[in-house]
Design a binder for this molecule. Structure first.
Ligand SMILES: C[S@@+](CC[C@H](N)C(=O)[O-])C[C@H]1O[C@@H](n2cnc3c(N)ncnc32)[C@H](O)[C@@H]1O
Length: 211
């Protein structure tokens, strides 16, 4: 099982526009207020998993809509923001600087299945609205589990496959596409995560498990 994905679809002008949109008040209005993206539920799960000095890996961090909010919960820890898109990461870095939290952010321009991080070096792995874009979610999940410390958690949100929004999402030909609640549960369990919980919130999934 090898991951071939070395580029993101969010590059060039499209990448710059999406980098702006993905961390803008317009996104909050459209995705959170109108389409019910479970931002609050996700951030409260994250906050239950951390104390203040954790190392958190955000896979497919984009321009930092969630990474920056998580970084603000930490006093001495850091969020490693992994993404393939330079446009997304540049915007994330500029925002972190502007918000005075650059010291809590580490930018990592790598593929999701080859983070290059050490085994068992991360307390929590998160990923938002990115799972459906991966061409090989299996290798991505294995990489998440490899870098997690024992008992570390994975928390993922993404589109729900059988919602109209999930059905409308246009994904690249090699991308997996959205999951259903049962598929995500089976996927997490197959790769050895414990205490797996997956639920749907409106058009979205929120799933978690423990190493
Ligand atoms: C829809 S965006 C979501 C970004 C961010 N998590 C958010 O909620 O704003 C998906 C992100 O996943 C990244 N991505 C897709 N496939 C990837 C891969 N194989 N490795 C790393 N990043 C990837 C894209 O570049 C993009 O920034």
């Amino acid at each position: 099982m090898t991951e071939k994905q070395t580029t993101s679809k969010w590059t060039g002008m499209k990448g710059k526009i999406m980098a702006w949109f993905c961390n803008s008040p317009l996104r909050t209005l459209i995705e959170v207020r109108l389409l019910g993206l479970p931002r609050t539920a996700f951030l409260s799960e994250v906050s239950n998993s951390i104390h203040s000095n954790e190392v958190i890996l955000d896979v497919g961090a984009g321009s930092g809509y969630f990474s920056l909010a998580i970084a603000k919960m930490l006093s001495t820890g850091k969020v490693i923001c992994l993404d393939l898109s330079e446009e997304m990461l540049n915007r994330l870095e500029r925002k972190a600087e502007k918000e005075g939290i650059k010291d809590k952010i580490q930018i990592l321009k790598r593929g999701a299945s080859s983070s290059g991080l050490k085994d068992e070096s991360v307390d929590l792995v998160v990923s938002n609205f990115a799972l459906h874009e991966f061409s090989s979610p299996e290798t991505v999940l294995m990489e998440m589990i490899r870098v997690l410390k024992p008992n570390g958690r994975v928390i993922i949100t993404d589109l729900l496959s059988n919602s109209w929004l999930g059905k409308m999402e246009v994904v690249s030909a090699d991308a997996h596409g959205p999951y259903s609640v049962d598929e995500l549960k089976a996927f997490f369990t197959k790769y050895g995560l414990k205490d797996v919980k997956v639920s749907s919130i409106k058009y979205w999934l929120i799933g978690m498990g423990k190493k």
